[in-house]
Design a protein around this ligand. Structure first.
Ligand SMILES: [Zn+2]
Length: 575
């Protein structure tokens, strides 16, 4: 006869101890590895710090070891820690407030690339099975007063010893934590849990934001008024492209064959504002430089697209990514990803070529001075292989799964480089479309990526590292610009002069002022020193001496097509 397997019985303190050991030992690989690295000046410091942390964790878990509360809390902590550990241990990412923000605003299509078989397996082994164990065991709880007494007898000495250990080695611990802000963010479960709490708190605080107007004095200047035809600037907001994989920046592989053949201006040293879309994108379009930028400021102040609109520029935001992060709330916004029937789209995601047909149509119909923002899907990982069509699968073998750890670094790099090759094609095509329509519009393109990407350097993948410790791979971004001949003539841009300055450091701080300058928008919030092209741009209208005193003009809107001069240039029909 089979004996029924009875549920094992454990005291509440014993179960607390088991879960504490589990959390510390199994879900904190990355934390301990980094702690060992950062405390390499003293093994004793590491030991004392680790012991203090273990005792504190044990004390806190003991405090919640109350009937009906204990099991849900322990299970929550196990699941949170195991989930975070997957990303921290395998991808080298850090789950901070911004990362929680990224996760919260991510689309279903994006998220589905991360929900892989390996993640499921990891969660079954490290979250589900231990949780089932917690559910299964029968916990012996003492009666209230006895329990309170025992718990106090554990909590108080644990906290005292923990505090004492930290206090006795305070200089060393404080130094390490201050110098390595990532360390405690890696600690499970407090790292991800406190990040989530802080994200929720800031979201709650932001729900009543009143957006302050910006650039209320903005208007377009005389150059645009004298341009004779609509001035159109296409701003390509890139995605996850890192500068070092652009052959324009010296990468040994030819990843920019098309841009190379155009007269582009390529800045070789450009830094991003953040390491993730949710930070970088609002920062790029914000008036604040990185040093002053906060999420709160960005949300409570109007941005570049609003200032342009105030000046009478027609602004459109076309999105092939996860949205404008609130930037384009007040303007003409169109999502490309909804074009379900297009052969360029699959499962809610589209190849960036989706912009080109629309842009062609738009340029032939444009009557107003316009800024068109193209928010690319670019090189967004981990499914790099879905970002380019077969025709651009030049570097092989390419990693063809979102589970990067199943691919070699070479395969990952090949797939990533194909995405850059494809972006090269998309950007060059935008320039060629502006050239094709140069009888209709004076066009220019400006491209910056929002942040870079780690491809396994030092065990780090993807992006979103805290800025202070972010590797260059994540913060050095491409910055490429192209001006049509009519644009150069009308706006007085000297590309030969610009070509001499391309090694000057540039950053996302420049985008706001540079685009205002490109559209000849006059406003108090425009800072000429941050306009990347100002040194090489004539200030007055054509014919006026450089730097001529500016005469205000209110005429710069919606030029009728009839006054467009027929100064066709060779190559106008190049496409
Ligand atoms: Zn991004």
């Amino acid at each position: 006869m089979l004996r029924r397997i009875g549920r094992p019985e454990l005291g509440s303190i014993a179960l607390t101890a088991i879960v504490t050991v589990y959390l510390l030992a199994i879900t904190n690989m990355s934390f301990w590895r980094h702690a060992a690295l950062y405390f390499d000046h003293s093994r004793l410091s590491l030991l004392s710090f680790g012991t203090a942390l273990a005792l504190a964790t044990f004390a806190v878990l003991t405090m919640v070891s109350v009937k009906y509360v204990m099991k849900p809390v322990l299970i929550f902590l196990i699941v949170a820690s195991a989930s975070a550990a997957y990303f921290v241990d395998y991808f080298g990412v850090i789950i901070d407030k911004d990362m929680i923000g990224n996760a919260a605003v991510t689309t279903q299509a994006e998220a589905s690339h991360l929900l892989t078989g390996s993640l499921m397996l990891h969660l079954i082994i490290y979250a589900v099975i231990p949780s089932l164990f917690v559910i299964w065991v029968k916990v012996r709880h003492r009666r209230f007063f006895a329990k309170a007494g025992i718990n106090l007898a554990i909590v108080v000495p644990s906290l005292l010893v923990s505090g004492g250990l930290i206090y006795s080695d305070f200089a060393s611990v404080a130094y390490v934590i201050r110098e390595h802000k990532d360390l405690m963010k890696r600690f499970n479960p407090t790292g991800p849990v406190s990040a989530a709490v802080r994200y929720a708190a800031s979201t709650y605080k932001e729900r009543n934001i009143v957006v302050q107007p910006l650039g209320t004095d903005a208007r377009q200047g005389a150059r645009v008024a004298a341009a004779g035809k609509p001035v159109v600037v296409v701003v390509v907001a890139g995605e996850t492209a890192r500068a070092m994989n652009f052959s324009l920046n010296g990468y040994q592989r030819e990843t920019n064959p098309e841009l190379k053949s155009l007269d582009v201006i390529n800045y070789t040293d450009t830094t991003s504002c953040g390491t993730a879309t949710a930070v970088s994108l609002p920062c790029m379009f914000s008036v604040y430089p990185r040093s002053e930028y906060t999420d709160w400021k960005a949300r409570s102040t109007e941005n570049l697209v609003n200032v342009l609109t105030r000046a009478g520029v027609s602004v459109s935001w076309w999105d092939n990514n996860t949205g404008s992060k609130g930037i384009a709330d007040l303007i003409n916004f169109a999502s490309m990803t909804g074009q379900k029937d297009s052969p360029l789209c699959n499962n809610g995601e589209c190849l960036d070529e989706i912009f080109l047909g629309e842009l062609d149509k738009k340029l032939s119909a444009t009557k107003a001075n316009s800024v068109i923002v193209l928010h690319q899907l670019g090189s967004h990982g981990p499914s790099y292989y879905l970002r380019y069509p077969e025709k651009f699968r030049k570097f092989k073998p390419d990693c063809r799964t979102p589970e990067l750890m199943k691919c070699s670094v070479e395969e990952i790099t090949n797939a990533y480089d194909n995405t850059i090759l494809y972006t090269d094609y998309v950007l060059a095509s935008v320039a060629r479309l502006l050239e094709k329509h140069q009888n209709d519009v004076s066009g220019a393109m400006i491209y910056m990526s929002d942040h870079g990407e780690s491809l396994g350097e030092n065990g780090i993948y993807l992006h979103g590292a805290p800025y202070a410790i972010a590797p260059r791979e994540q913060t050095q971004v491409p910055f490429v610009t192209w001006f049509s001949k009519p644009y150069q003539a009308a706006m007085g841009v000297d590309t030969r002069c610009l070509a001499k300055e391309t090694d000057q450091p540039k950053s996302h701080d420049n985008l706001f002022h540079t685009v205002l300058g490109m559209m000849d928008v006059e406003t108090k919030v425009y800072d000429r020193t941050l306009d990347a092209f100002a040194n090489c741009t004539r200030q007055g209208p054509a014919g006026a001496p450089n730097g001529a005193a500016f005469q205000a003009a209110d005429t710069a809107k919606d030029l009728p097509a009839a006054i467009v001069p027929a100064n066709a240039l060779p190559g106008a029909n190049a496409l």
